[in-house]
Design a protein. Structure first.
Length: 394
């Protein structure tokens, strides 16, 4: 039988500090007795620990809890000003920013045009400054329609036209220096998946695929509760996936219009529904109009329903290829296409997918409102910063 392990005083302080910060982050303002009960710390140890955490600026007193049996008790909470983070959603046309404190409270936000003659770092720094962070940022997460290749450090899966100024060497060091904080550049669809996992349709499933179907196509893979990025950072870039019946990269070039994107991206869906008599200015309104028509009677309704069935079958072909390899328990549909198609299109996709695959993953629509890229970016930044604060010596 092995003897019990005995930690050094320094190690035990670090463990106790981690316990206390975690319960305060997860449970909100608590009294010292509550913290002791939830962490297993004795009253003297909890008292000394909270004093050190207050001195370090990580915890603040938050008044007195009275009106309950027993003596009054002082309440403690995480100091929201202990750290700030920023999330950015960057596209060719705009830069959206959201600022949060360490507790997750949103403290600022702003959106600016994405182009301009200024260098990339200056444009990003100006957008962050316009969002009004209350203090220096500890971490910034930037969501982009591409991915950093960890083997080269270069941004891939996006052209200079997609993201002007981004395809440069030493990208991350330049961003960290220019923004004055630790910076992570993450695929935007990956961030949507993290938001769905934390707050949305995938909260109860550790193995799921998220398909972002909009003007462009992308997906994210969460396996065993963890985001899977791939060796070159491109896991989930299904827009480039070879698909029967449409050109391949051999035909159209590496970044040409080919593969799954050419089959069921926004422009392809718009063109397809037009052949079924659905006229609309863009693919989103075309899908919404087709759903409205399909609920009626007559030839126009039959044509619209047939067009939507074909859209669903095209979506299901790509999802079946992914599902046959990953075997997810859930597929989440997000983006403008499923949002416009609603439950009508979701049901068609699920039926088609189950007809093509041995397994039968559930298919759900996204449950998020607002900008899911920013929501996922804030979550990713906070998880890193909170772990850093828990690890700081006090």
């Amino acid at each position: 039988m092995k003897p019990p392990l005995h930690g050094t005083p320094k190690l035990m302080r670090a463990i106790n500090k981690g316990r206390a910060l975690r319960v305060l982050l997860e449970r909100g303002p608590l009294t010292r007795p509550q913290i002791g009960e939830l962490t297993g710390l004795s009253k003297p140890t909890a008292f000394q620990l909270l004093a050190r955490l207050q001195e370090a600026g990580l915890v603040v007193a938050d008044g007195i809890r009275a009106g309950q049996p027993g003596p009054t008790a002082e309440i403690y909470r995480i100091n929201p000003d202990a750290a700030y983070v920023a999330a950015l959603d960057v596209t060719r046309d705009r830069i959206s920013v959201r600022i949060a404190d360490v507790t997750g409270q949103i403290r600022g936000g702003h959106t600016v045009a994405g182009g301009g003659p200024a260098p990339l770092v200056e444009r990003l720094a100006a957008a962050v400054a316009a969002a009004g962070p209350p203090g220096p940022l500890r971490r910034v997460v930037i969501g982009v329609p591409g991915a950093i290749d960890p083997t080269t450090g270069l941004l891939c899966y996006a052209t200079d036209e997609d993201l002007p100024g981004w395809r440069v060497p030493d990208l991350l060091p330049a961003l960290r220096e220019g923004l004055g904080a630790e910076v992570d550049v993450e695929n935007d669809v990956n961030l949507v998946a993290l938001a769905e996992q934390a707050h949305g349709a995938a909260a109860d499933c550790p193995d799921f695929v998220l398909l972002w179907a909009d003007e462009g196509l992308g997906s994210a893979l969460v396996i065993g509760g963890r985001l899977h990025r791939g060796f070159f950072g491109g896991a989930g870039e299904v827009g480039y996936m070879p698909t029967p019946g449409v050109p391949t990269a051999r035909d159209g070039g590496r970044y040409g219009h080919h593969g799954y994107q050419a089959l069921v991206g926004g422009p392809a869906v718009h063109d397809l529904l037009r052949t079924y008599g659905v006229e609309a200015p863009d693919f989103r309104r075309a899908v919404a109009a087709a759903v409205d028509l399909a609920g009626g009677t007559g030839r126009a309704a039959q044509e619209a329903a047939a067009g939507l069935r074909l859209v669903a079958s095209r979506l299901a072909v790509g999802l079946a290829a992914v599902a046959s390899v990953v075997d997810p328990g859930l597929v989440v549909l997000a983006g403008g296409l499923p949002s416009a198609g609603g439950e009508y299109l979701r049901d068609l996709v699920e039926r088609e997918l189950h007809a093509l695959t041995h397994s039968r993953p559930r298919v759900r629509l996204s449950a998020l409102e607002g900008n899911p890229v920013l929501a996922g970016g804030v979550d990713l930044a906070l998880s890193s910063v909170q772990e850093e604060l828990i690890g700081l010596p006090v």
